[in-house]
Design a protein around this ligand. Structure first.
Ligand SMILES: Nc1ncnc2c1ncn2[C@@H]1O[C@H](COP(=O)(O)OP(=O)(O)O)[C@@H](O)[C@H]1O
Ligand SMILES: Nc1ccn([C@H]2C[C@H](O)[C@@H](COP(=O)(O)OP(=O)(O)O)O2)c(=O)n1
Length: 231
């Protein structure tokens, strides 16, 4: 990968992929904060473009309608792990992108190749300009967005563990319904044609089902430090 002018010699690129509820966001944010790296939640970008499509009454069952307007919204991500931000055309959408409506529609919108091309370009630009390096989390970071990342992690966990974590966040949510929705979204994200959710051949797989968040963070920090020491 080409380093941007602002990069230091030790800039490190970490890709963290995996299905929903495996701990990508919590782990990535903590690892980035601990190591002084930038942080990018790529799921938030796909949620943001989905929010814009819904807000503008675009028919999300029609991929050509989505493709026709995919270049319109301006999506800006703030990459400080202590305070990640996301705006669409200058509006803070951190709250609205987490609604059930956006969650249920994001897989359809993010399967459209024109959407992926647009968002991938933003992701690569942010990674290239991060001064000390960046932790980027998503579904296709190690396989497609940053195939030359210094370290690739693929987080997994049982559907039961993931549903329990998610329904803990969504107060009062039924655990079986949460599990079903997760499994359905994973299937859609894994089976789409353009850069599906997948483990890169050279990614380190970490099953987080029986690990605490702290243990996962420590594991990833150690892997980054080992990479840096070997460089
Ligand atoms: N190893 C873990 N053990 C228990 N809870 C966890 C673990 N990792 C993450 N969590 C919790 O699970 C929820 C989902 O984690 P998150 O990082 O948002 O996952 P993802 O980004 O993969 O969807 C959060 O409430 C988080 O605190
Ligand atoms: N690199 C990425 C990241 C997310 N997506 C899509 C597919 C995911 O279901 C949605 C939402 O991702 P997000 O990471 O916010 O999902 P959860 O935190 O797991 O609920 O975005 C993607 O297609 N590619």
């Amino acid at each position: 990968m080409e380093n941007g002018a602002a990069r230091t010699a030790q800039a490190v690129i970490v890709a963290i992929d995996g299905p929903s509820g495996t701990g990508k966001s919590s782990t990535s944010k903590a690892v980035a904060a601990k190591l002084g790296l930038s942080y990018l939640d790529t799921g938030a970008q796909y949620r943001a473009i989905t929010w814009w499509m819904v807000s503008n009454d675009i028919d999300i069952t029609d991929p050509s309608a989505i493709a026709a307007v995919a270049g319109k919204p301006e999506i800006v991500s703030g990459t400080d792990p202590a305070e990640p931000t996301i705006t669409v055309d200058g509006t803070d959408v951190a709250g609205p992108i987490r609604t059930q409506e956006v969650t249920s529609k994001v897989s359809a919108v993010s399967a459209v190749p024109e959407v992926r091309a647009r968002i991938t370009e933003l992701q690569r630009a942010l990674a290239a300009s991060a001064p000390a390096g960046i932790v980027v989390e998503g579904r296709d970071i190690g396989t497609t967005v940053l195939p030359d990342a210094d370290l690739k992690i693929f987080l997994t966990a049982s559907p039961e563990a993931r549903a329990a974590r998610r329904s803990g966040e969504l107060k009062g949510a039924d655990i079986n319904a949460t599990r079903e929705a997760l499994v359905k979204r994973d299937a859609a994200d894994s089976s789409r044609k353009t850069s599906p959710l997948a483990k890169a051949d050279d990614a380190v797989e970490v099953d987080t089902s029986d690990l605490t968040l702290q243990q996962v963070i420590e594991c990833v920090v150690t892997l980054v430090e080992e990479k840096r020491a070997a460089a």
